[in-house]
Design a protein around this ligand. Sequence first.
Ligand SMILES: [Zn+2]
Length: 435
Amino acid sequence: MDILIENGILIPMNIACHESTLYFKGYLGIENERISFISHDKKDADEFVALHSDCYRIDATGKIVMPGFINTHTHVAMALLRGISDDVPLMEWLEQHIWPVESKMEYRDVLVGARLGILEMLLGGTTAFVDMYPFEEAVAEAAEGVGIRAVVSPCLMDFKMEHFENDWQQIIKRFSNSRLVTIMMGPHAVYTLSEQNLQRSITLSKELGTGNHIHLSETAVEVENAHKKYGMTPTEYLEKAGLFKTPTLAAHCVVMSERDIEILSRHNVSVVHNPQSNMKLGSGIAPVKRFLDAGINVSIGTDGASSNNDLDMWEEMRTASLLQKAVTGDPSVIPAYTALQMATVNGAQAIGRKGELGVLSRGALADIQLVNIEKPHLYPHTNLISELVYSTHSSDVETVIVNGTIVVENRKCLSVDEREACLTAQRHIDNLLSK
Ligand SMILES: [Zn+2]
């Protein structure tokens, strides 16, 4: 279906930061899966209608039209584990609460959890996500079924290698022609992988032409243990192992030395900042300003819903901005437009799709959200960029388009019965907790 979006305020996100030109009132046309034009001129819209007389027209009066968010680090199926353990540090949380339940989870549980998390993300304007989990085949199935773009990373951990080998092969078999699903390797972390299994990930990613998605220096304990075991930081260890010769997405990067930052910068490693998860687990605050100063591409992720406890990119973007101001004592750090870039264009760069995702431009894939700004908490309209980052809620998102298909309209997901998805998730977690 071809789509014309009319009279909205368009934020293309491909404009360098210059206050007066960041948005304009206009029109956007979608042909199949891509944006065919974006313009302030009504003549272009008339031309589009003349060529596509049966196009679906969306009146975006009073709405912002902007790229969907790219959540670059999550474990979407953990939506199923939301609330099962709070207020404990990372290792205790994993070893005593999360891993015991996860060890009982089967394909179907992951599918149901992923569906719930995907629904939450879509309703809040997230149109793509990067995931890591066992049973990523189920996450891919859920993503394609509901209609969201996904980069799935089958998880490599020493005690789950057999599972991993089956998972990535199944994903390639079933989803290599998918319009929505792509794959990255998911070496879990330095503390869960032997050198041999890390090398397996590197070799495989080179063979398949994928990148690697890893947890890196999330806590001080992780860094201390790497020093004890290898005599170096996790970042130094991964550089030595050759991981950074493949495109790498490093999540967290909370405890980082100057040398670590220099290494990431030199190898063009993208960092995913997950401020709320780091806060909730008491892991610390990533030195995002230093990353940006070093020219590192920084994107935003929510991490899993059980350490956040939601998948809301609006909140995550705001927290990223506010937290750096607080910790550096400098309110000019991560201004609103930078935060928006981190949630859109930087996310696209992090998954190797700069120019194709995270922007509204001719030829880009049509992953778009429409945000209703006719709300008391968003008035008066003086600076729309600041309004979006500091005042907007995920519930202000009304329409979401992924790959040229409308998946959310008037705040309702068109591809999944929301109530059913919630109740099914409840049944599955009740069952897992009673085992
Ligand atoms: Zn994570």
